[in-house]
Design a protein around this ligand. Structure first.
Ligand code: HEC
Length: 104
C-alpha cells in the first residue's frame, strides 16, 4: 500500500475523532441497557415499555441526560433500575446514543 492510500484509508477515523467513544458507549449499552432497551438503529426493545435508544435523542437534551445518568437515573418507573455511571462511561454512552440519531 502506498503512503497516500494509507492516509486515505485512515481519513474516516481522523474525521470522526469520537468513533472510539461511540464504540465504548456501545459496549456499555450492551452490558447495562440492552436487556431492556433496543440499542441498535433498528429493532424493538426486548422489554417493550423501555423506549429504543434511537428515540432518546429526540426526547431528551443530551445535557439533561448526562446529568440524569451521573446522578443515578430514576425515570419515574420501577421497571427502570437506577444507574450511577462514571463520567467517562456517560460520555461514551451519550456518544453512542447520539450516533443512533444520525442513522435514522
Ligand atoms: C430492567 C430494564 C431496563 C434497563 C436495564 C435499562 N432501562 Fe432504561 N428504561 C426502562 C423502562 C421500562 C423505561 C421507561 C420508563 C418510563 O416510561 O417511565 C426506561 C426509560 C429510559 C429512558 C427515558 C426514555 C423516555 O423516553 O422516557 C432513558 C434515557 C433510559 N431508559 C436509559 C437507559 C440507559 C442509559 C440504560 C443503561 C445504562 C438503561 N436505560 C437500562 C427499562 C430499563
Amino acid at each position: 500500500m502506498s503512503l497516500l492510500s494509507a492516509i486515505i484509508a485512515m481519513a474516516p477515523q481522523i474525521a470522526c475523532a469520537q468513533a472510539s467513544d461511540i464504540d465504548a458507549g456501545k459496549v456499555v449499552a450492551q452490558s447495562l441497557c440492552a436487556k431492556c432497551h433496543a440499542i441498535e438503529a433498528i429493532g424493538e426493545s426486548p422489554f417493550l415499555p423501555a423506549p429504543p435508544f434511537r428515540l432518546i435523542p429526540d426526547r431528551y437534551d443530551p445535557e439533561d441526560l448526562a446529568e440524569a445518568l451521573a446522578e443515578g437515573m430514576v425515570v419515574g418507573h420501577d421497571a427502570m433500575p437506577e444507574f450511577e455511571l462514571p463520567p467517562e462511561k456517560i460520555t461514551n454512552l451519550l456518544a453512542y446514543i447520539g450516533s443512533l440519531k444520525q442513522k435514522k
